[in-house]
Structure formats: C-alpha cells, structure tokens
Design a protein around this ligand. Structure first.
Ligand SMILES: [Zn+2]
Length: 711
C-alpha cells in the first residue's frame, strides 16, 4: 500500500507546476497515405501480410463474437489456435485485423481493405448493441462473457487469462478505423468501450486497482495498452472520463521504480509492461504531466541498455531477467516478437519529443533484426515468429493460416503494414530522413516529392530525388554504426565530410524543380560483447546482425568464431564467411535467416582491436532525463558537452575516454555550472588522429556514451 501512495503523491506534487496542456511534439510523422514502399524486402513482407488480410474470412473471425452475443454465426466454421472458441485469448486478433486493414488501405489505396474493415466494424457494433440483452453493461464488446471480467476483478474462479488484453485490441482497432478510415461507427464503438471501462474500474480505490494489476491470476493483469487506447480516445473526444480511465491503469509496481530510474524489471512479464509504458507516454502527451514522460523515458533506457539482445529484442520465456543478463540467458524462447512491436511504438513516440538519433538507431536495429526477421518469406501469407531463438542451433518457427493466431501473429498484421511510418518525419519545413528503405514520400503540404532508391544494406549508396520547389531543409540520420567518413552530395556537389556517428546532419536547402541527395555510408564489420561475458558477442555489419548458417546442425554450445577471419563475399546480397569450430561457416543477415538452424552469439577469438566495441556501448545509449545532452564534440584540445535545459546547481562531471578495445585512455573531472549549457574536458595529448574513441561522460548519476572520431 505504501508504494502505491508514494506514486500518487509524486504525481500530484509535480502536476501542480506543470501546465495541463497537451504536450506539443517537436517532430511529426507523415500520414501513411503519403509514403509508398518501392521494391525491397519490406515491400515483399507488406504484400504477403496484405494478401493474408484479404484472404482471411471475416465470418470465421467473427464467430466467437457473434456466438458470445447469441447472434447467428452465419454458418461460419470456427478457426483454431488461440482463436478457437474455448481458448483463453480468443478475440484478440480481430482488433489487429482492423488496424492492419486500415493501414493496408492507406498504403495501397485499394478499396477492398477499407470495405472489409468497414463491414467488420458494422458487425462488431451489432454485437456491442446486443450487450444489454445479455444482461451486460452498455458498451461491453468482447468474445468473452462479461461475467469473466467480474471474476477477473474479483480474483475468483478459474483464471480467465487476459480478457482485457483481448478487448484492448478491438478498442485500438476501432480507434484506428476512425483515425485512418474516418469510420464514425468505429468511434461510436470505441467511445462506448471507453465509457464501459471507466464505469467498471472507477468504483474501485487506487489500491484495489493496483491489486488487480499485481495480484490477479498469473497474467490476467495483462491489459495490453488499454491505458494508451483510453488516452487516444481522449485525444479525440476531450471527455475527461476518458483520460481518467487511462490513469485507472497506473501500476506502481512498474511506474514508481521507473519514475525513480531504478531498474526493477527483473521478473516482470515483458510484454505486459511495454504497452503500459506506451500508455504512460500518451497520458503525458494529453495532460502535460511530466512524470508520465519520465517513466517512459527511464523505462526505455533501462530496457535498451540492460535488457536488450543484439538483435534489438528482449525477454526470455516472456520475462525480463536481471539487468545485463544476456549471454547467460540465451534460449529457444527469447525475444517475443510482440515486445518489439510495442518497443518500436514507444521509441518513435519518444523521438517525437526528443529527436535524438539514438531512438532511430535502435528503431533501425530492431526493425531489421526482429520485425523484418520475424516474417516467413516462404509462406504466401508471410506468417510470423513468436519467439526468436538466440541459443546456438536455434531455428525460427512461424504461425499458420487458421490454426495459430498467437499474440505475435496478431501484432504481425500491424508490423508489416506500417513499414513506411518512420522512414521520414517532419518538423516545420524540415524533412527528417531516418531510415534507408526504398520509398516515395509525397509531402502534399509542400508539393514536394522525395523518392529514395537504394539497395542498402546490400549497398552503401542511397539516392534521394527531390521533385518540387521551395525551402526544405533536410536532416539526415548519420547512423551510430558508421566507422568511416560518410559522404553527402547535394545536386552532385560533395558536402563537408561527416566524421561523427550517431547524429543528424542538416542541410538548409531551397529546391528549385528537382534535385538530388546522394549518400555514401560505408558499412563495416563490428563485434558487440555481451555485458555478462566479454568472451561472448554478436557479429554485425552496419546495423545488420550476421548469423552463422548451420543447416540441420542442432548445436549444443556456442561456436567459437575466429573474428579475424570474417570475410565479405562478393555477391549481390550481403554474405560473409568465417572460420568457426574450426570449419568454414557462412554468415548472412539475420533477417534473411530462415528454414535452417543458426548461431547469433559466438565465443569470439582474435577480435581485431579496431573493430571491437566495448560491451557497455551497444547502441550509443543515453540514460538522461532532463536536461538532455544535445551534442558531444571533439575540439582541438578538448571535448565539449552541450545540453539543453540546465541544472539549478553546479554539477560535477567526469569524462572517460576509451579505445575501441575497451582500454581507458583518460579520466578527467569537469563541471557543468548552474544555468550553463556547456562543459569542457581537456584532452590528453596522446590521442591519435583519424581514430575513433568511446567517450563516456557521467553526471547526476547518469552516463552518456558516444563514439567520436578524433580528427
Ligand atoms: Zn506475442
């Protein structure tokens, strides 16, 4: 009880000084309809999922809903897997179908997706309207009877698994059908669901609700993103009860340690927590209550720095383990795919408020190495992984047409129909180029078209063709993995070379009719050690995780990879060979690894010193709340740190400089004075020009690390 009260007090105290205004974003996404995918593995994946969305029989998927309300099932046969009529997660897929259809319509313009979504909305509204005839509360919409929710809240009877999780999916799908398709019935349904949840939860005290989220049968507290959906509904309706409903899901066991930046994630069910945090951020966006932002920001940093595998995934057996337990936690049931569906949602929302490249660096890593990697390219309908095995000798397995419907099969319907969502963003007149995926943006407000053509990651070159006129500065992401100079040519003219990775470079450009931006981003080989065993690590080329091909060989232990032998093969697609145990092994990007056993992690030997990144900087991780670091820069004889915001008191700081193989070269004290936004550290004279160093700056119990090239 004490910890619940503590959280409430902190929130209240903070809110008294924060304006209760909707928090404006700094950066914005383009509507899905303004970006199209060009030929690429992403387009192929989208096409497979789109064909599945059209193929799937809506009447079979409506069966459990209609049966629940005593309505005719119209002769439809049931489906299997987690959507079978007696299964504990039935009804969850329908919301994902709605979202997938709405997204597919915007991506393709094909009216069949919209028509199917609209018809499902109508059918589900009919079910919802029948709730009272069953003796249930107005607005109740589920493939479960409402008494199941009663037993959930009472903690009695058989564990009903996760009815709130399932309902949230329908709720979110309805909001997407309103927001993306303009379906007003969908908003009616969603509003009724929002009113229903407020009616059901508000009579309980905060302590009682906390007990629901803590103590109900094993994962019945898994309510998905119900809080996010309520906040999203509030953003449309402005109805106070809807934002209050979002807050009814506050969960101190998770939120309070996150607020205090204490990593207490160990032992928590991972995919239960990530959506709650997305909801926390949406509450912040709608209320301005800064604690909800801090919770989300700290959670992201904790997960990324201490719970994330080399492919960007997290969890083993669906649970978070002790911080930095990576090499010791490799199994067949690592990296549940849903977790990263939710982590990417969180990542881009944080970026909208704090557009640091670290977010898009992570986004790119996880997009290739977990999400694109999750789809079976051999299946016409492109079914998804659930777990992604990271043990040596693991192999991916996938869902099926009508006998699977696991949670990750559901989120997959959304994953593969929104690959365009984060390639480009904008802020005012400025275009952000975040990801290097073949695509075309039509920025209708500026009457400018941007076409991106590239074979990346099979090539280092990216070409953007701009058609249209006007002032449009372009901010291009310089990826964290860049180890050699990046070249940028604008209209054929070579710009000053870029030597700093993990940043955005901005070009203030006025376009007249047409123009080009050409990028050359040399990808290179690198190894990332695990924090709990520095002999173990992953092999990467740029953002691509390279995995060893082992065919049918079910390995019993990690292979030993002679890192100095990893050699790129001349091929149209990325491919490598290396000596491991001690035969020659092929390595290919993890997203292309399907249908055979593989090794992601290795015992590494003979690692060339200039390719070995110290374990603590897997993804240029930053763990700061306010103020934010905006720049760390090598000057001639010092390193300069710039922050936005500022401290009220002088902050002692410490800078440490490491070589890439982890040897500390310098340890220098510094001070960020109250109210100032820059601090400097004098460099030792032993630095070697043209060499990359790891700079680690610690202050206010936070650490900031970045790779820097000394000119
Ligand atoms: Zn899942």
């Amino acid at each position: 009880m004490k910890k619940f009260a503590a959280f409430a007090i902190v929130i209240t105290a903070c809110c008294s000084i924060i304006s209760a205004q909707t928090q404006a974003r700094i950066v914005f996404p383009f509507p899905l309809s303004q970006v199209t995918l060009l030929a690429s593995p992403f387009k192929d994946a989208m096409d497979r999922t789109c064909s599945y969305l059209l193929w799937l029989d809506k009447n079979r998927m409506l069966y459990t809903f209609r049966a629940n309300y005593g309505l005719s099932t119209q002769g439809a046969t049931t489906v299997g897997g987690w959507e079978a009529p007696a299964h504990g997660l039935r009804g969850h897929t329908m919301g994902h179908i709605l979202t997938g259809l709405a997204q597919a319509y915007l991506l393709t313009g094909d009216n069949r997706y919209k028509a199917k979504a609209d018809s499902i909305v109508t059918e589900l509204r009919t079910c919802q309207n029948a709730a009272t005839s069953r003796g249930w509360n107005t607005g109740y919409l589920s493939a479960w009877t409402e008494p199941k929710v009663d037993s959930l809240l009472a903690g009695t009877g058989l564990c009903p698994w996760a009815p709130l999780y399932c309902m949230h999916k329908t709720f979110a799908g309805m909001l997407d059908c309103y927001n993306l398709l303009g379906n007003s019935t969908a908003l009616t349904v969603a509003t009724a669901m929002g009113n229903w949840i407020y009616t059901r939860l508000s009579p309980y005290s905060q302590a009682q609700r906390e007990a629901f989220w803590n103590n109900m049968c094993w994962n019945a507290g898994e309510y998905g993103g119900f809080n996010e959906a309520c906040a999203n509904l509030y953003a449309i309706t402005g109805t106070t009860n809807h934002i209050n409903a979002a807050k009814l899901f506050d969960h101190s066991r998770l939120f309070t340690p996150c607020l205090n930046n204490q990593d207490q994630l160990s032992g928590l069910h991972a995919n239960t927590q990530v959506p709650k945090i997305v909801g926390s951020l949406r509450i912040f966006e709608n209320t301005g209550e800064i604690n909800y932002y801090t919770i989300a920001n700290n959670f992201w940093n904790q997960v990324i720095t201490a719970h994330t595998y080399v492919n960007g995934g997290n969890s083993i057996g669906e649970y978070f383990r002790a911080p930095n337990a990576i090499a010791g936690q490799l199994g067949d049931n690592t990296c549940e795919t849903c977790n990263i569906y939710n982590m990417l949602k969180l990542t881009r929302l944080l970026f909208f408020h704090d557009p640091q490249p670290k977010y898009m660096d992570y986004f790119e890593r996880a997009l290739y190495n977990q999400i694109l990697a999750s789809q079976n390219p051999s299946a016409p309908h492109g079914h998804s992984t659930y777990f992604q095995p990271l043990r040596a000798g693991g192999i991916k397995t996938y869902g099926s047409d009508v006998d699977s419907f696991r949670c990750c099969d559901g989120t997959a319907l959304e994953n593969h129909t929104k690959y365009t969502e984060s390639i480009y963003f904008y802020s005012g007149d400025t275009l952000y180029v975040n990801l290097f995926i073949p695509s075309q943006l039509t920025w209708t407000a500026k009457s400018i078209t941007v076409r991106m053509e590239t074979r990346y990651p099979n090539s280092d070159s990216v070409r953007l063709t701009i058609t249209g006129s006007g002032y449009m500065p372009v901010k291009i992401r310089v990826p964290y993995w860049l180890r050699r100079t990046m070249e940028v040519r604008i209209n054929g003219s070579l710009q000053p070379r870029i030597n700093t990775s993990g940043t955005y470079v901005k070009y203030n450009t006025t376009w007249s009719g047409s123009g080009t931006i050409e990028l050359l981003m040399p990808q290179s080989l690198r190894f990332e050690r695990t924090p709990d065993n520095t002999n173990v690590g992953g092999t990467l080329f740029g953002t691509q995780l390279l995995t060893g091909r082992y065919g049918t060989n079910n390995l019993s232990s990690l292979p030993t990879l002679n890192a100095s032998t990893v050699t790129k093969v001349v091929d149209t697609q990325l491919s490598f060979t290396a000596t491991a145990n001690p035969t020659t092994t092929g390595l290919i990007p993890y997203y292309r690894m399907h249908g055979e056993r593989y090794s992601v992690y290795w015992t590494l030997t003979n690692v060339p010193s200039d390719t070995f990144i110290t374990a603590t900087v897997p993804i240029s991780a930053v763990s700061l709340s306010v103020p934010q670091v905006s720049e760390v820069k090598f000057l001639k004889s010092k390193i300069r740190l710039t922050v936005t915001g500022g401290f009220f008191k002088n902050q002692p700081m410490e800078m440490q400089l490491f070589s890439l193989n982890g040897v500390r070269i310098a340890q220098v004290k510094g001070l960020l004075r109250a109210g100032e936004q820059q601090a400097s550290f004098i460099l030792p004279k032993t630095l070697v020009s043209k060499k990359v160093y790891v700079c680690s700056i610690t202050f206010s119990n936070q650490a900031f690390r970045r790779l820097l090239l000394y000119k």
